[in-house]
Design a protein around this ligand. Structure first.
Ligand code: UGY
Ligand code: MN
Length: 254
């Protein structure tokens, strides 16, 4: 950092209640109780119109949260490892997560995190209130996205999808990875009830947000409010890939 480098421009676009493109260059550090030796930026949040909070976390050497993140009776949390290696615990259950590793903690279960690298590890972190369904209870889930096979997305062989959490009514949300080969796109411009927080893992593309086509690339974060127009196509030579959250399995409330 230091003296100004690029003060006269920013790729970020912030439209509370509609969408936000948050480029990594503009992120600032937040002190969040429980996190030590970490640089944390809050991304999507209720102040933007999201029903969840997303963060990007850089854990430096010795970085950790040993007090436990979330764990309230009605709050669920999820972490995805963008790079590096961390020890993650859901209550007493321990998991070693490398790049693409993830952990879901259901309501009432605290998440503990510890960087295992001598350098930095980077995480995409999420919390949201859980909307329970009578007789159903979500459980701890962990895995590595790299071990999950892609499915064709909407009958297109150049767009690929992975579901990271079980397709079970106990869960009121899921995390997915969506990947577009160069020149591939959504089949149509979506408008839907659910909001998304998406972290771009690779590639470059154009994203339609509220019917504006906006350039996006690896490292960007996109918040999409409920109903906002959304669609992407990939440009360049690398797939445009992102990990994102979406509510599911519940009716709209009156
Ligand atoms: O699941 C989704 O709604 C997803 N296709 N949306 C998106 O990629 N913007
Ligand atoms: Mn969508």
């Amino acid at each position: 950092m230091g003296y100004p480098k690029d003060l006269l421009s920013s790729r970020s676009i912030i439209k509370p209640g509609q969408y936000a493109l948050i480029a990594p260059e503009g992120l600032v550090n937040n002190v969040i109780p429980g996190f030590e030796n970490c640089r944390i930026s809050i991304l999507g949040s209720p102040k933007l119109g999201a029903s969840f909070v997303d963060y990007v976390v850089t854990m430096h050497e010795g970085g950790k949260n040993s007090e436990g993140y979330c764990g309230e009776e009605d709050v669920q949390s999820f972490v995805y490892v963008i790079s590096g290696k961390v020890k993650a615990k859901a209550g007493d259950e321990e998991f070693i997560l490398e790049e693409s590793g993830y952990l879901y903690c259901p309501p009432g279960v605290k998440m503990y995190l510890e960087n295992m690298e001598s350098g930095d590890s980077r995480l995409f972190l999420y919390k949201q209130k859980h909307n329970p369904l009578e007789g159903k209870k979500p459980w701890v889930v962990s895995g590595h996205a790299n071990d999950i096979e892609y499915m064709d997305y909407d009958d297109m062989t150049n767009v690929h999808l992975k579901d990271l959490l079980p397709l079970d009514l106990a869960f009121d949300m899921n995390f997915h990875i969506l990947s577009f080969d160069p020149a591939a796109s959504h089949p149509f411009v979506e408008t839907h009830y659910q909001g998304h927080g998406a972290y771009l893992l690779s590639g470059e593309g154009m994203y339609n947000l509220d019917n504006e086509w906006i350039p996006v690339k690896k490292g960007d974060y996109i918040f999409m409010a409920p109903y906002v127009h959304q669609a992407a196509y990939a440009v360049g030579r690398e797939p445009l890939t992102y990990v994102y959250s979406k509510d599911c399995n519940r009716d709209a409330t009156l």
